[in-house]
Write a new protein. Sequence first.
Length: 524
Amino acid sequence: MDFSRKLPIGIQDFGKLITGGFVYVDKTKYIYNLAQNNTPYFLSRPRRFGKSLFLSTLEAYFLGKKELFKGLEIEKYEKEWIEYPVIKISFGSSSFDTYERFIAVLDNMLNQLEKQFSLDKKSDVPSVRLQNLIKSVFEKTGKQVVILLDEYDKPILDAIYTEYEEKNRAELRAFYSPLKDCDKYIRFLFITGITKISHLNIFSGLNQLNDISMTKTFSSICGVSETELKEYFMPEIEALAKEQEMTVEETLKNLADLYDGYHFTYDVEGVYNPFCLLKCFFAKDFGYFWFESGTPSLLIKALQNQPLELSTLVNGRYVKEFQFKEYDPDSKNVLPVIYQSGYLTIKGFEKEDRMFLLDFPNKEVEECFLNILLKKFITVPYDDMGLEISNIKNAIRQKDADKVLSIIKAAVADLPTIVKKDICENYYEAVTHLIFRLTGFNVISELQSVAGRSDIVLTTKDSVFIFELKMDKGGDFERIASAALEQITSSGYAERFAVSGKQMIKAGVVFSSDGKGLLGWRIE
C-alpha cells in the first residue's frame, strides 16, 4: 500500500482535505450543476454520509477559491469564479436536548456571524437577527448572499418525543422565516438534514424548496458509488485484500455486503457509507463501524414512541413514498426517521403502483440495528444474550427445537416496560424473528403459501423450521398449540420445501396474552 495516501476520516473541511493531500472523491460536477440557478435546494442523507463536506465544498466554490479546485472536474465548466458572501450555519456539532441549550447555541452562532461580517447586534430575536444579517451583508458587499444550512433538523431530532420538541420546532420555524422574505437578497440556498420535516412545520412559506433527496441525477451526491470505489480506492482495496488473504474480487464482494446497498431512489447505482468504508481501509479489516456513524438513540426513541413498528421493521416492506419521505411531528409514523437515519434504504420499486421496498442496506447496518433492538426489547441481560444467540445457533444446527424455544422463553419472560400489553402479539412475533435473524440463518416472516401466511420460517442447509405463533387469550395451552401445528399442515406451509430433501421441524408456539412470556410449545 502507498502510505502517502491519506484517508479523510472525519474531515469535513474541503480546504483542509485538498491542501492536506487527502484522497478526494470528486463531487464537483454536482456543485456546478446546482449553482447554475437560484433554486433553493434541500438534501436529506444519514449522518456521516458526507453532507458537511459537500457544503464545505459549496462554500469554497462560492467564495471563489479557484486554487482549491485545480485538477477537479469543475475546471472543465467554470470559467468565471465569482466570489459571493457566504453565510454558513451548522447545527451538527452541538446538542439540543433542551430548549435553553438550543437558544444558547443559536445566540452564539449568530454572534459569530455578526462578528465575521463586522455587524452590530440590533435585536435579541433570532429571526430578526438573521434577516438583518442577510440584508446587511447584501448592502455591504453589493452581492447576493449564499446561505448554507447544515443539519437543519438536529435541534428537533435531539429533542424528539420530549417536551422540548415542539418548543425547538417553533423556534426553528420562526428562525427560518426570513429565508422566504429575503429571497431577492439570496443568490443560492442549500439545506441539509437527516429527516425532511414538512415545509409547513418548519420552512414557513418556502414552498419552492427543491428537494433533491430522491432525484436520480443526485443519487450519488454524497457517499461513494460503486464506480467511484474502483476509480479512487484500488490501492486500499488491494492492501485490504492482501491483509485478509483474499482476492480483489472477494474483497470487493465483502465490501459490498458490509458497506454498500444504499439507494436513495430506484434503479440507481448503490452507494457506500463513506465513514465505514474509510474506517475499513484504515484498519485493513472488515469491522462494524455503524455504531460510530449511526444514531441509535434516535432509533430507540422512535421505537419507544411507536412499538408497533417493531413488527414491520425486521422485514422488508413495500410502502408509498409519502409514508417515508417526510416526518410529521403530529403523526405516530416513525418510518421517515428510521429510513432517513440510514437504517433502511430503497431495495426495490413496483412502478405500476409506485411502491418502494424498504429494507436494510447491508449486513453491517442489519446486525447493528438488530442488536440495538435486542438490547432494548428483551429481559435477558444483553451481555448474556450474545452467548445465548450462539447457543441457539448450535441448537438449530442440531435440529433441537426444544432447546431453541427454551432459550427464547428465558429471553422474553416478561414484557419490557416500554411495550403495552395490548400489542404483545406483535411484540412476541417481532422479537422471536429478531432473535432468529441474529443467528445468521435465513429467516422469513409472513411467508405466503396457498392457504395463508406462516409466521416464521427458518432454513439451514439441511433443515427447515416452521414456527406458528399463537396467543393463549385465556384458552387451553395444549389445545392452542395443537391447533397451531394443524394450521401448519392444513395451510400447506411446508409444501414448498417438500422437494428440498431437508428435514422438516414444525412447532406450534403459545405466548401469554397477559405479557407473561412464552407459555409452551408442541413440536413434530
